[in-house]
Design a protein around this ligand. Sequence first.
Ligand SMILES: N[C@@H](CCC(=O)N[C@@H](CS)C(=O)NCC(=O)O)C(=O)O
Length: 243
Amino acid sequence: MSEGESGVQPTKVPERTVDNKPTIYTYATCPFSLKVKSLLKFRGIEFSNVEVDPMKKNELKWSEWRKVPIFIDTDGTQINDSNDILHYIDAKHGNEFPREGEDSQQDKWMNFSNDILGKSILPVIYNSYGSSRQALRYVADVESFTTFQKWKSIWLGGIIMRMVGKSRGKMFDLPPEENLEHQLTVLSAGFNGDFFGGTKPNGADFANYGILRSMQGLRGWDIVESHSKAGPWFARMQTTTGI
Ligand SMILES: N[C@@H](CCC(=O)N[C@@H](CS)C(=O)NCC(=O)O)C(=O)O
């Protein structure tokens, strides 16, 4: 099966919505999924959430795109890839930030969220088998998963994510914790007052906030919380989005 394409898909899949609401397919702690949830919450848009089993992904069998998040609008429009989803939702609900190609700074920092920040958090969170299992323990609370699914996600997933963490760590010259701190300083250079978007958040705020929100409570969270600029920005985003 091909990997599928990002962006708005040509085929509508209204049968994939739940309760006739916009529906997002996610892992509860997926950084890319949290970008989308933070925008939906901020705009007060009601939505349904389908929790995907990270090992088998049965819930995505119907889709060529095999990653989360996937967003399905009420009319069945399917959008793949978190930054594309942020743009789609904003264009439909309020049009409050520029579209891709209209603001090079917003584009740059939205790309940074995927290319750098999303990769910088992994070797910190998944630094050992123990911390990897801790990060995956959320599956124990997912009611739709069986006991075996939970066990497999935590134990097998812990081994896989430790390996992912190790390989992502090799992308950067600095050790994981120092690299994260450094990337937070790089990120802070893009703040334009309270937010990337100035007095209100734009796409770059939701994109980077979602990534860091996935770390809250996990290994390395103190690095974000105590960063002199990124820490207060994160706190503002959390108050503003309520997630
Ligand atoms: N560029 C994609 C990346 C999404 C992504 O990598 N999601 C992870 C989960 S956090 C995933 O689904 N990985 C494939 C897998 O788990 O098999 C986006 O921004 O949405």
